[in-house]
Design a protein. Structure first.
Length: 66
């Protein structure tokens, strides 16, 4: 499990964009977005850098926090 901080994620559209960007990554089992906390819990074997790159591609800065 990887926990990401996505500070610019503020609305339902942001949530959907983040889920759509992360879900198809190789090894991704489940993506759970906590919008109030602006965090994403990613379950599976996807590479953390691949997650960060996917979010950067859609305009979100993210950081691995756990």
């Amino acid at each position: 499990m990887t926990l990401l901080s996505v500070p610019d994620m503020t609305c339902g559209h942001c949530r959907a964009s983040v889920e759509s960007a992360l879900a198809p990554l190789p090894g991704m089992a489940k993506v759970t977005v906590d919008l109030p906390a602006r965090q994403v819990k990613a379950e599976g074997d996807a590479a953390p850098q691949a997650m960060l790159d996917a979010l950067q591609t859609i305009g979100f800065h993210a950081a691995v926090i756990g």
